[in-house]
Design a protein around this ligand. Structure first.
Ligand code: DGP
Length: 113
């Protein structure tokens, strides 16, 4: 097992846990890009990125977004937040285990879309 995020889920690499359920693990990003920067990942490494999402595994995407909604409430993000997923080299992805960045804690600037 060489995936960094799989090692975080297993506890082999320490992380600052924010949320956990049967399918999802969420933790603070090591290199935060906002006052609140949380990574939300499926525990099972069934897809490297959104590119690999299909009808056999999309319940894990739903589980991640259900977790994001719970975390947003728990962290008091009623003023708003942003969810980003980078996919592949051109998308700027550096860790090939599907993950969602939850960014918040200030008025976020510069939007691409
Ligand atoms: P991306 O570039 O979209 O693939 O995002 C990967 C993120 O993972 C990046 O924001 C930094 C974060 N990251 C990488 N290694 C670790 C780690 O060991 N611990 C934590 N907490 N975050 C990590």
């Amino acid at each position: 097992m060489s995936c960094i995020f799989c090692k975080i889920v297993s506890g082999d690499i320490p992380s600052k846990k924010v949320y956990e359920d049967e399918k999802v693990y969420a933790f603070r990003d090591i290199n935060p890009q906002a006052p609140i920067h949380i990574l939300v990942i499926p525990k099972e490494h069934r897809m490297d990125s959104v590119f690999n999402v299909d009808e056999s595994n999309s319940e894990l995407v739903a589980a991640c977004f259900e977790a994001i909604a719970k975390i947003a409430k728990k962290e008091g993000l009623e003023n708003g937040f942003r969810v980003i997923t980078n996919s592949g080299a051109d998308g700027g992805q550096t860790v090939n285990h599907l993950h969602f960045h939850l960014l918040a804690g200030k008025k976020l600037g510069e939007k691409m879309v």
